[in-house]
Each structure stands twice: as structure tokens, then as C-alpha cells.
Design a protein around this ligand. Structure first.
Ligand SMILES: [Zn+2]
Length: 266
């Protein structure tokens, strides 16, 4: 038998078999379908209430840190008047390698007018910036003093640039020769223009003669706190001397001219 004939025979056989199967299938499919079971009546459902409309949300924005204004350190007097009329000793940078030389701040002293009657003694001293208390105490050089800290991010616009400051640094201000001990705790917040003491002449007679405000500025890492500091006195302890030198001559703080900050005041 020829191969093609055998193939045709197989094909035919397969054809008959497939046709039979299709017939069986059609017969099965045409048989009556089973009676549908009763569809359960839908139970009453509560009317869906309207879904609450979500509140529109605003895209998150960076939390703005309010910057501090600049306030006059002496109540009753504009900063411009202080700088032009009552500045009795300017800032003098240390000369040479000895960082203790020079005049590390500004002195505001006698004046000829003003509501206080011509004398600066007893004039309320105000915080120049929003700040926190970073140190307080008494020593021969400063008398009763207060040190405040204002972080870089809280400084008025332009101030950080004036002092070459970077993020993570703070501006520290020292107010000296107060009449009384500063009544604040370390870390306590002070608002710009908040009274922190009164002009006096506290301190050793070798360093202070007449009532005046000595205002000092330094830059350092944020969060520094000063323990009581003292020097040039027999009773000064080694710890107090070390703290004085940390403030005055170490690399923890770099000295700056307060007039630059006050010059930013409107
Ligand atoms: Zn001074």
C-alpha cells in the first residue's frame, strides 16, 4: 500500500470518530437544563450614604523658622543714636598673637540727653535678638554678665554673612557690668527687647570706672554653654579660669564686632 493511501485511511477514521463525538456532545448539550433554583429575594439594604469628601490637602511646605528682629540694647534709645552719640569705646581687635589684647566689645556710656535725665546708669538693658541664655555669672572683668545665644537660622537677614557664619553655628552676645545678677536659667528663652538687666558698673575698679554697657559678640558652634568664668582674681578657680579663656581666647568662639550687627538695624 502506498504511504499516501494509508495516511488517507487514518485521516478518514479520525474524521468519523470526531464526528461521532461531536454528535454525542450536541445531544448532551440539547438535553433539558435542570430547573433553576429559586433566586433568593434580595434583602432590603440600607441606602448607602454619601462617602465623606476628603478635605483638600495642601502640599507639604518647609516649616519656616522666624528670624529675629534687631532691638536696641538700651531701652529708650534708637540704635542709630547709640552708635552716633553714646559709643564711648569702639571694638578693637586683638593685636598680634595675644588674643586677650584689644577691646572685645562696644561700650555705651554717658550721654547728654534722653528720658533718663542725662545719665545712662540704671537704663534697662534689652536683649538685642531673640535668644536663649548660654551663660551668666560675675567676674572682675565683666562684673555681672549675661551671655545669650541666637542660632544661625534665627539671625536677621544678612547677619550670618557679616560674620562668615555657617549652618550649625550661633551668634553669642555678652552684656556686661549689669547692676545685679542676671535672673535667668541656662537655656531660658529671651525675646528681642526683653529687659535682662540694668546698666551699672559692676566689676573690678581696674576694668570699670563709670556705669556703662559693654556689649560683646562671638561666633561659635550652636548649643555651647558657659560655666561661670573668672580671671585676674585671687579667688578665681582653675575651672573658672579655663572657662574664661575658652570664651576669650580659644577656638571655640571667634570674636566679632557688634557694630556690624547693630548696623543692620532699620
Ligand atoms: Zn568694654
Amino acid at each position: 500500500m502506498h504511504l499516501c493511501q494509508r495516511y488517507n485511511g487514518v485521516v478518514k477514521w479520525q474524521y468519523y470518530l470526531a464526528a461521532g463525538l461531536i454528535g454525542l456532545c450536541l445531544a448532551a448539550c440539547s438535553s433539558p437544563a435542570p430547573a433553576p433554583t429559586a433566586t433568593p429575594e434580595p434583602t432590603a439594604t440600607s441606602v448607602p450614604t454619601a462617602l465623606p469628601t476628603p478635605e483638600p490637602t495642601l502640599p507639604p511646605t518647609a516649616t519656616a523658622i522666624p528670624t529675629s528682629p534687631i532691638c536696641t540694647p538700651l531701652a529708650e534709645h534708637q540704635i542709630s543714636a547709640l552708635l552716633s552719640l553714646y559709643l564711648t569705646q569702639p571694638f578693637i581687635a586683638p593685636q598680634g598673637a595675644n588674643k586677650e589684647t584689644g577691646h572685645h566689645g562696644l561700650d555705651f556710656a554717658y550721654y547728654s540727653g534722653g528720658p533718663s535725665g542725662g545719665h545712662i546708669n540704671g537704663t534697662p538693658i534689652q536683649s538685642v535678638l531673640d535668644a536663649v541664655v548660654a551663660g551668666a555669672g560675675y567676674n572682675a572683668v565683666y562684673g555681672y554678665y549675661l551671655v545669650t545665644e541666637t542660632p544661625w537660622a534665627r539671625l536677621p537677614q544678612g547677619a550670618a554673612g557679616l560674620y562668615g557664619m555657617a549652618a550649625g553655628e550661633s551668634l553669642y552676645l555678652l552684656y556686661a557690668h549689669l547692676q545685679h545678677p542676671a535672673p535667668f536659667e541656662l537655656g531660658e528663652a529671651l525675646a528681642c527687647a526683653q529687659v535682662l538687666g540694668y546698666v551699672g558698673d559692676s566689676g573690678d575698679r581696674f576694668f570699670v570706672s563709670d556705669p556703662h554697657l559693654h556689649l560683646e559678640t562671638r561666633v561659635g558652634a550652636s548649643g555651647l554653654r558657659l560655666d561661670p568664668m573668672a580671671y585676674y582674681a585671687i579667688e578665681a578657680t582653675e575651672e573658672q579660669k579655663a572657662e574664661y579663656l575658652r570664651w576669650r581666647t580659644s577656638d571655640d568662639f571667634r570674636l566679632a564686632d557688634p557694630a556690624a550687627l547693630l548696623g543692620l538695624a532699620p
